[in-house]
Design a protein around this ligand. Sequence first.
Ligand SMILES: Nc1nc2c(c(=O)[nH]1)N[C@H]1C(S)=C(S)[C@@H](COP(=O)(O)O)O[C@H]1N2
Ligand SMILES: [Mo]
Length: 405
Amino acid sequence: MELEDRTGEATRTRPAPGHARSAAPVPRMRRAPSAPPAEAPAAIPAAPGPIVKPLPPDLFITYGSSAETRWEAMHGQGYHTPNDRFFVRNHTATPLIDARTWRLRLHGDGLRAPRTLTYEDLLALPATTADVAIECAGNGRAFFDLQQDQRMAGIPWRLGAIGVARWRGVPLSTLLDLAGVRADAVDVMPRGLDPVYVEDGVDHGHVRRPLPVAKALSDVLVAYEMNDRPLPPDHGFPARLVVPGWSGVASIKWLGDIEVATTALSSPWNTRFYRMFGPGHPPGGAPLSDQVVKSAFELPWGATLRAGRQHILRGRSWSGGGRVVRVEVSVDGGLSWQRAETRGPRPARAWAPWHLAWVPRRPGAHILMARAVDETGATQPARARFNMLGYHFDGVVQHPVTVIP
Ligand SMILES: Nc1nc2c(c(=O)[nH]1)N[C@H]1C(S)=C(S)[C@@H](COP(=O)(O)O)O[C@H]1N2
Ligand SMILES: [Mo]
C-alpha cells in the first residue's frame, strides 16, 4: 500500500537490531572514565524540518513541531498504531543521530558501577517486548475549550496524541542492575539529545524528567524497536524510554544519559510543566504520573453517515490506571447508553478496541459519545476537572456526526 512506504525508513537504513533476538551473553562494557564527558557528542545534525516523516493531512493534524493522528486514520488498522501514523510530540526538533557514535551514559551517585553503552551493547542485552500506549498528558486539551469554555495555552490536541506500539528493548532495571544501582537510590533522570528547549527566552536545557527509582525498576523499557522496526528518527532513534501508564513526557526520546541519584532530582518538566495547577490542586501543584481514562471513535470529526443503514461504530478506550473493563456508547447525546463489544486484546497500559452497530433513523446532526471504566473503577465524568495547563482531559467527548437521508 502506498501509505506503508511513507515512513521514509527504507531510505534511512540503519543496522537492523534483529540479531539481538537471541539471549546473548551480557557484553563487556566500557567503565565510565573517572571524569564523565562534559556533554553529548557535539553537533548532532538537525533534520531540515522539526519532524522527519511525512505528515499527510489525511493522517495528521500538525501543530508546529508536533502532530496528532487523525482518529479516522486508525479505522481498519490493526491493534497497533503504524509507525507512519503515530503522533509526534517534539519540544524542538528530531535530531539525526548516528548509531555508530551514539553512547548511553549511566551515571550519578546512585550507581556503584557507572557505565557507558554503545548501540551494539544495548542490542546484545536480553530484551523484552510489550504493547504499550504513549499518550501526551495534554491529549484532549481542545475539549476544555470546546466543551467547557475553558481556554488555556498549549497544543490544542483533540484525541489523537496517543498511539499504541509493540516496543522492544532492554528493561531499564537490567541496565540499572548492571550499573550497580544502590539500595538508597531515589530518582532516575533520563535526558534527551534533542536541542535544548527555550521558552520565552528561558533556556530549560535538554528535555529530561525524573522518575522514582521504584517505577524505573518496575516496567520501564529502554526501547530500540517500534512495531518490529528500528525506532524511526521522530520516535527516538536510536533508543528511548517507554514508561507504561505514565504521561508521554516520561518516555524520553533520543536518550543520551541517565542519572541515578540518592537525593530527589527535579527538572522544569516536573516542577513547571506537566503539573496540575489550579483550584482543587495543592498550592505549588501536583506532579503528573498515571494517565486517565479516555475513549475515541475511529471516525472523522463531523463524519457523514447514511440513514437507514447499519453502521459499525468502532473506537478504542484506554487508561493509564489499568485494563479497560467496560465501554458504553450513546448515539443520542448522552440520553441513553449501550454497552459496546470489546473483543480481542486489551492489556493494561495499552488500549481496548470496541464496536457497536447503529442504524441511524433520523437525518440531521447527532452527537456520539463513548465512556469507559478501567479495572480500578476509574471512569469518565461528563466534565473534566480544570487545571491551568490543560492536562488529563478525561471528560466524555461529544463527537458530532451528520446523518444524511
Ligand atoms: N527528548 C525528548 N523526549 C520526549 C519529548 C521531547 O520533546 N524530547 N517529548 C515528550 C512528550 S511530551 C511526549 S507526549 C512523547 C511523545 O512521543 P512520540 O513523539 O514518540 O509520540 O515523547 C516525550 N519524550
Ligand atoms: Mo507530551
